[in-house]
Design a protein around this ligand. Structure first.
Ligand SMILES: *Cc1c(COP(=O)(O)O)cnc(C)c1O
Length: 444
């Protein structure tokens, strides 16, 4: 459910006309609905009410500071995968003691920053990482709260790139290795075993694989208890899917019931790390048609947003709804490819999509773009990343300015004129006297 609808023939975000917004802010532009974000978070919170729980919103899905600030104001915790995300949470007013730190490779300095900030738990991905955490905690003279990320070897039945719970994936450790790591951790004065963690994949439409994963995790909890290692929480990760098209996705209520029914008698608290289900359908990408053309049988609609702005169609072959901002009524549909300006054949948003006629200057909205949209955007082709706007009733706020062209080369440096051809002297230290390497990689 979201708050993007036609009003008087024009698509609106809550009470804000996307036509008016495009005229003011320009395109491409991400538009998020405050009411939708709040509703999604609260529905998830209510679904888990039967057990003590913390929602640790997955920052990677949409890490705009204002989005984090809004979720923090609801009481959300956060799931981070880098120091950058930790700093974002803190800058947005989030509470570090409600932060869990996931991610298959964490740098030593990132671990240190997280422990100093006082996060709730580090989700440990390997024996090497556990040793680093212990060393950092010793040097800081504190006890690091940890959970081991277990790979339960269940098939999440989702796209191969976003399935993370199979034993062939790089994430987590198998149950037997987890047991061994817990024994190490429990014996260390600098580690505090607080929980167990898993995350089996993203865009799950069914709760069944999650239930399988939970049963596996609970069996591990029991084995640990038998050895005197008691856990306080179970972190089931994120992964609940959303309808992009006509998928039937398990509603948060069914998800909550499935998890809570297995946990309520155990006195374990629950952490979940939803990303997509909170932010996905709370956002769209507003874009303008630059041109239309035909090549042979094919018809193309070329828009001013590209794969650098929203990578999902290119990366996963993802299907996202495209709606004209002007209500087309019952205009006839024809199959078109909607493509971006980037110099890659992979730069497409839709293939053979039945859409009403579009002309240069028309506005289109790519729906369900609130998660893994801007967050994955790049500046490939030296394209500036889009603006981001949050709507709230009839009001809107610019929550990220469109990048400027000079932002694109911030931190780059021109080289000294003496290094420029022609006539630049060969580097006297260069082996074998092949010019070529120049001095461009050296520091003066
Ligand atoms: C990506 C990720 C999430 C969020 O996944 P969604 O499918 O967006 O809910 C949560 N936890 C971990 C460890 C992740 O990698």
């Amino acid at each position: 459910m979201h708050h993007f609808d036609y009003r008087d023939g024009v698509l609106h975000g809550e009470g804000v006309s996307l036509e008016a917004l495009a005229a003011t802010v320009g395109t491409p532009c991400y538009v998020y609905s405050r009411a939708t974000l709040v509703r999604h978070w609260q529905v998830m919170d209510a679904a888990l009410a039967a057990v003590d729980h913390t929602i640790c919103y997955s920052v990677k899905a949409n890490s705009n500071l204002a989005v984090l600030q809004l979720l923090a104001s609801l009481g959300s915790g956060f799931d981070i995968v880098s120091r950058g995300e930790l700093e974002r949470v803190i800058a947005a007013g989030g509470d570090p003691s409600r932060v869990v730190f996931s991610g298959v490779g964490k740098g030593d300095a990132e671990i240190e920053a997280a422990l100093i900030a006082g996060i709730r738990c580090v989700n440990v991905e390997s024996g090497d990482e556990l040793a680093v955490i212990e060393g950092v905690a010793r040097s800081l003279d504190l006890r690091a709260p940890i959970a081991i990320r277990v790979n339960p070897d269940v098939d999440a039945r989702t796209h191969a790139y976003i399935a993370t719970g199979l034993k062939t994936s790089k994430f987590g450790v198998d149950v037997d290795r987890a047991m061994a790591l817990y024994r190490v951790a429990a014996a260390s004065p600098h580690l505090e075993v607080v929980g167990v963690d898993t995350h089996i994949g993203s865009q799950l439409t069914d709760v069944e694989p999650l239930v399988e994963a939970l049963d596996c995790v609970l069996a591990l909890v029991d084995r640990l208890a038998a050895e005197g290692i008691t856990l306080r929480h179970v972190d089931m990760g994120g992964g609940l899917g959303i309808p992009y098209r006509d998928e039937i996705t398990a509603p948060p209520r069914a998800y909550g019931e499935a998890l809570c029914s297995r946990l309520s008698a155990r006195g374990l608290s629950l952490i979940v790390e939803p990303g997509r289900v909170i932010a996905g359908n709370a956002g769209l990408l507003l874009m303008r048609v630059l041109a239309t053309k035909e090549n042979g049988e094919k018809r193309f609609v070329i828009v001013d947003a590209g794969m650098n702005d929203n990578m999902r169609p290119t990366l996963y072959g993802a299907w996202q709804r495209i709606m004209p901002v002007r209500d087309p009524g019952d205009a006839p549909l024809a199959a078109v490819d909607v493509v971006g300006p980037v110099c890659e054949t992979g730069d497409f948003f839709a293939k053979d999509r039945d859409l009403p006629p579009a002309r240069r200057g028309d506005l289109l909205a790519m729906m369900s773009a609130g998660a893994y949209g801007f967050a994955m955007a790049s500046t490939y082709n030296s394209r500036v990343r889009p603006a981001e706007v949050l709507v709230h009733g009839d009001a809107w706020a610019l929550i990220r300015e469109r990048e400027s062209v000079s932002d694109l080369w911030r931190g780059e440096h021109l080289i000294d004129a003496s290094w420029l051809a022609p006539g630049a002297a060969d580097d006297p230290d260069d082996h074998g006297g092949h010019g070529g390497h120049g001095g461009g990689t050296r520091q003066r």
